[in-house]
Structures are given as structure tokens and as C-alpha cells.
Design a protein around this ligand. Structure first.
Ligand code: GRF
Length: 204
């Protein structure tokens, strides 16, 4: 919970960064609406102008921002502009939900313990460079794992290595394909991301 100068609790303001279809964003939106998550989405940002995430934000009258580094010749300038945006909208927490770009280290420093990410495996297993999307599920199956899962963790400068907030297991069936496994894992992702955000926002 965060408080204003008069010690009155104020709603935590979340920015969601997403590059793709946006099912995790949708789940966050739905859980705010049904009262399970006491927060507000200040804006949704995507590097991909065609992302489902931006469309979902617009459908819910949430500020949708296409923000890409392509326009910036300089990385520092890009990072500063991102920071300005976060300040302008008074963002308390950033939720990465399938955001396929690196978050600039300026932002990670500024939002220490306030950036969350969701990953479709039981980290530290199947994390790190190249381990995203279907690559994760293919590797899990080809290694004959009996279980996999979902991790929500804080984002630090080290890829997929920040402290874990919440983890949930998903059993791997012998009949699973990477696609069928991805589908079951995604359902769990959609359930636990709002829960993890709720834990973090309640303890701010
Ligand atoms: C999820 O599998 C998430 O774990 C990964 O990217 C995917 C995003 O899915 N980081 P969606 O766009 O939220 O549907």
C-alpha cells in the first residue's frame, strides 16, 4: 500500500510492457475489474505497434503507447524518454508481460524491486538468453522433464535472475507437445501474475 502526504492510502499505478498477444495483460485488467487486484493501469507500452496488447488496452480505454527504440539514435536518450513517460504517468510498478526488449538499466536502477517479469518455466531452470516462448517448452520436452511451471520474479540487471515472488508447477504429460504444454502453462501464468502483483502492491 502506498500513501499520500496526508497518510491516505492511494491506488498503486502499474505500467504494463508487452510485445505480443497480451493474455497476461488481459488477466491483469480482468482481475482489477473483479476486485482481486487493487491497482490501476496507468498505461500499456509496446515496442510493437501491431501487438494484441495495445489493442486490448485501447478496447478497455487504457492509455496505449507504441514506444520503440528505432526512433532514437542514442540508447541513453531512449532510456531517459522512457523514464520521463513513467514519471509523467506517476507509475509505481512496471509489469513485463511478454515484453521482448531489454529494459534499459537506468529504468532498472530507478525502479529497483518495482519491476516484475513473468517467465514460462521454473526459474532458474530454462531461463537466460534465448529461453523465451516456445524455445522454453521445446527444451522442457526434449529433456523429458516431469514438471515445469511459471515464475514471477523481480527484474534485475541479470537476465531472469532476480528474486522470485511466486512460482507454480505444471506437470508435463508424456503426450505433451510444446504447443499443448504452452497452452497449460499460459493458463497458470494468467492466474498467478495478478496474484504476484497483488502481493507486491500490498507490500509496497
Ligand atoms: C508468456 O508466455 C510469458 O511468460 C512470456 O511471454 C508470453 C506472453 O504472453 N514472457 P501474452 O502476450 O501475455 O499472452
Amino acid at each position: 500500500m502506498i500513501y499520500n502526504k496526508e497518510r491516505v492510502p492511494i491506488m498503486v499505478n502499474i505500467a504494463v510492457f508487452a510485445s505480443g498477444r497480451g493474455s497476461n495483460l488481459q488477466s491483469i485488467i480482468d482481475n482489477i475489474k473483479n476486485g482481486n487486484l487493487n491497482a490501476n493501469i496507468g498505461f500499456v507500452l509496446s515496442n510493437n505497434s501491431k501487438s494484441g496488447a495495445l489493442k486490448r488496452a485501447e478496447a478497455d480505454k487504457i492509455k496505449a503507447i507504441h514506444f520503440s527504440s528505432v526512433k532514437y539514435s542514442d540508447e541513453d536518450e531512449f532510456a531517459l524518454e522512457m523514464l520521463n513517460l513513467l514519471k509523467k504517468y506517476s507509475i509505481d510498478i512496471i509489469a513485463l508481460a511478454g515484453y521482448m526488449k531489454l529494459v534499459p538499466s537506468l529504468i532498472i536502477k530507478h525502479y529497483s524491486n518495482r519491476i516484475l517479469n513473468i517467465h514460462p518455466s521454473l526459474l532458474p531452470k530454462y531461463g537466460g538468453k534465448g529461453m523465451y516462448g516456445m524455445n522454453v517448452h521445446k527444451a522442457v520436452i526434449s529433456n523429458n522433464e516431469k514438471e515445469t511451471g511459471v515464475t514471477v520474479h523481480y527484474v534485475t540487471e541479470e537476465y531472469d535472475k532476480g528474486p522470485v515472488i511466486l512460482q507454480e508447477k505444471v506437470m508435463v504429460k508424456t503426450s505433451d507437445t510444446p504447443e499443448s504444454l504452452a497452452e497449460r502453462v499460459l493458463k497458470v501464468e494468467n492466474q498467478i501474475y495478478p496474484k504476484a502483483l497483488s502481493i507486491v502492491t500490498e507490500n509496497l
